[in-house]
Design a protein around this ligand. Structure first.
Ligand code: FEH
Ligand code: ZN
Ligand code: ZN
Length: 356
């Protein structure tokens, strides 16, 4: 059992860059489990955390970044449950209180005590106020937070825990609307989450999938992922999409951009009694008012991350090759450069850091 020092990408001061530094190798106690990290995805939320001014996030620094993690169990506390030593796993990232009704149901993304946890600066989860997986090893509070991934390559497995799970949860949120005959669903934004949502929709529904993005290469990716139709965002996009639905509109819109233009487009293409799931944090706004500008019967949701049972379903889709994230692998030692590439839009798919 190695007991040496290990490296971790740690946020040590608000508003400053994270630092790859040596840390003492943690020892699991109680229910804790130690993971040898094999891959950790880099998410746009990591940029929000890195750039956050003091006092804007309910987190104590320093902590290790990385909330999208895959690895292998290497040590377990005496009371640990879940996967055995040697098993390859992914880490469910939202860490709630672990005992409220939502957490007991595996929905730690909607923990009933979130407000209390935030007030105590406990953190949202792995790499979000708690030590995460942009590191050689990672301590996980409980084996209940681990999902086995068999022989799935870690660079493909890690993005399932955030990009994949968030996309799956968004689809689950509107799934009941997709069962009507001839249903069409619009996916706005084919980036790290949208391209996975297209695959999930094709693998788990009969709906017609209509994709919209501002980049030609994103529409090509949408087609590769199984979208029935793709179009660039233009002034006539709503009419083009309505035309693909026989004029009735889409029963659901998944907005992975969430900016003013996609909010407007969503309203213009939604069928009466339709579902709008806003996932992206692009600053778009909707006015909910009667009488108002939304189609009658519109239901709006703001899905956040996903549940543990949903992560198990996401892994199952990946294991049968029905869900495959586009990834770019980089060594952990180059984390600073990769963060810069993500900022400048040079990352294609999901950037994944591999301990080197
Ligand atoms: C995590 C924490 C806070 C906001 C958003 C996120 C997402 O990256 C999780 O999917
Ligand atoms: Zn994220
Ligand atoms: Zn809870």
């Amino acid at each position: 059992m190695s007991t040496g020092r290990t490296r971790a990408l740690r946020l040590t001061g608000w508003g400053g860059p994270p630092v790859l530094t040596g840390t003492a190798r943690p020892r699991p106690t109680g229910e804790e489990v130690l993971i040898q990290v094999e891959a950790a995805g880099l998410c746009r939320s990591d940029l929000h955390v890195i750039d956050a001014p003091p006092g804007t996030l309910p987190y104590r620094i320093p902590f290790t970044l990385g909330h999208e993690v895959a690895g292998r169990v290497v040590e377990r506390g005496p009371l640990a449950c879940g996967p055995a030593i040697g098993e390859r796993v992914v880490v469910y990232g939202p860490w709630g209180c672990g005992s409220c009704a939502r957490c007991a149901a595996g929905a730690e993304n909607y923990c009933d005590r979130r407000t209390l946890l935030d007030a105590d600066l406990v953190g949202t989860g792995a790499g979000l106020g708690r030590d995460g997986g942009m590191a050689d090893v990672m301590l996980v509070p409980s084996g209940r937070l681990l999902v086995p991934v068999g022989e799935l390559p870690s660079a493909r497995a890690a993005p399932l825990t955030d990009a994949g799970l968030t996309a799956y949860h968004a689809v689950s949120t509107v799934r009941h609307a997709l069962t009507v005959e001839g249903a069409s669903v619009v996916v706005l934004g084919l980036g790290g989450l949208g391209h996975l949502a297209v695959q999930i929709l094709r693998a788990t529904t009969e709906a017609q999938v209509l994709a919209v993005d501002v980049r030609e290469e994103a529409l090509a990716l949408a087609h590769e992922c199984g979208a029935h139709f793709g179009t660039l965002a233009r002034p006539d996009t709503a009419a083009v999409l309505r035309g693909r639905t026989g004029g009735v509109g889409a029963v659901a819109v998944l907005d992975f951009v969430g900016d003013p233009s996609t909010a407007r487009l969503a309203v213009d293409v939604l069928r009466p009694g339709g579902e709008l799931a806003v996932v992206g944090s692009g600053g778009g706004e909707l006015t909910v008012r009667k009488p108002g500008g939304l189609p009658p019967g519109t239901r709006i949701s703001l899905p956040f991350w996903g549940t543990l049972p949903e992560l198990e379903a996401v892994v199952a889709l990946a294991l049968k090759d029905a869900l495959k994230a586009r990834v770019e692998e980089f060594p952990l030692s180059e984390a600073a450069e990769v963060i810069a590439r993500l900022r400048s839009g040079e990352v294609r798919g999901r950037a994944v850091l591999i301990p080197d």
